[in-house]
Design a protein around this ligand. Structure first.
Ligand code: CP
Length: 309
């Protein structure tokens, strides 16, 4: 029987091509399950999962919780803002207290890069990284590639541009790793100030002109400017950013081909993407959200099958 090469999902960096194929094939099965009248399977009745969110989330938190419930796992939710973290408890103490209640798996979002790796080295549970600072967001990249595969038939050979705030984005790094593993050509596009200095070392094309990037690509993944991670200004004004790096319908119509538009959410309508694009058939933004549940079911199911009771 096929199994993942890893016991945790800490980043796409730790996966191989076969892992991604296995996750997608398993997600295909779960996508069929969640479209049935009875959307639930009894697969994980013996598993308890803790969702630990030290940072805000809408999509990822709800998607993981739904995925866990669709698999019949027992679920507990922890939000740092309402917890004893506020009284000075450390991450390891917090998690060990939760694990002593017989928890098998931890899904964690944390503002610090490497928090998931750190936890995996200090606690006895399977860890899934639900986003660690500006580092990785592996399930987002998996659902993004899965959505490209669904729309375009394959990821291999496709030209994918990631547009916007690459510097502060965990989605960008995880997407670069995932797309390259599957044989896609990857470009990043944004103002020079929002492109990390090391970016060329990752083997991606770099472009600062959005029109050129859109003319090159099959898929454009539009990122939000992460103002919450900025303590200085990286561009003169939001208006200027939108003029240079926002997509709108007129710009897309002026290209000589139809490209697929993606966005991990949350969207800032009128900044990086206008409503006439976000709500158009060219955009697969809500397909990405829907696929997120099947992808997370697949990841949880495959990791749970490696837990020894
Ligand atoms: N895409 C994403 O991670 O969204 P949330 O921050 O709402 O989870």
């Amino acid at each position: 029987m096929s199994e993942l090469s890893v016991n945790h999902l800490l980043g796409i960096k730790y996966l191989n091509k076969k892992d991604i194929q296995l996750i997608f094939e398993t997600a295909d099965h779960f996508k069929e399950v969640i479209n049935r009248p009875i959307k639930k399977v009894p697969s994980l009745r013996d598993i308890t999962i803790a969702n630990l969110f030290f940072e805000n989330s809408t999509r990822t938190k709800l998607s993981f919780e739904l995925a866990e419930k669709r698999l019949s796992a027992d679920v507990i939710n922890f939000s740092a803002s309402q917890s004893s973290v506020k009284k000075g408890e450390t991450l390891i103490d917090t998690v060990n207290n939760i694990l002593s209640m017989k928890v098998d798996m931890v899904v964690m979002r944390h503002p610090n890069p490497g928090a998931g790796v750190f936890l995996s080295q200090h606690v006895d549970a399977s860890i899934i990284n639900a986003g660690d600072g500006a580092h990785e967001h592996p399930t987002q990249a998996l659902l993004d590639s899965y959505s490209i595969r669904e729309r375009l038939g394959d990821v291999k050979g496709k030209n994918v541009v990631i547009v916007g705030d690459i510097l502060h984005s965990r989605v960008a790094l995880s997407n670069i790793y995932a797309l390259q593993l599957q044989g896609a050509n990857v470009m990043v596009c944004g103002p020079k100030t929002l492109l990390p200095k090391y970016i060329k070392d990752l083997g991606v094309k770099v472009e600062t002109n959005l029109r050129k990037a859109l003319n090159w690509c099959d898929v454009a993944n539009m990122l939000r400017v992460q103002n919450e991670r900025m303590d200085i200004s990286y561009f003169p004004s939001t208006r200027e950013y939108t003029q240079q790096y926002g997509v709108n319908k007129a710009l897309l119509n002026s290209l000589d081909k139809d490209i697929t538009i993606m966005h991990p959410g949350p969207i800032n309508r009128g900044v990086e993407i206008t409503s006439d694009v976000a709500d158009s058939d060219q955009a697969i933004i809500l397909d990405q959200v829907q696929n997120g549940v099947a992808i997370r079911m697949a990841v949880i199911y495959l990791l749970a099958s490696k837990i020894k009771h």
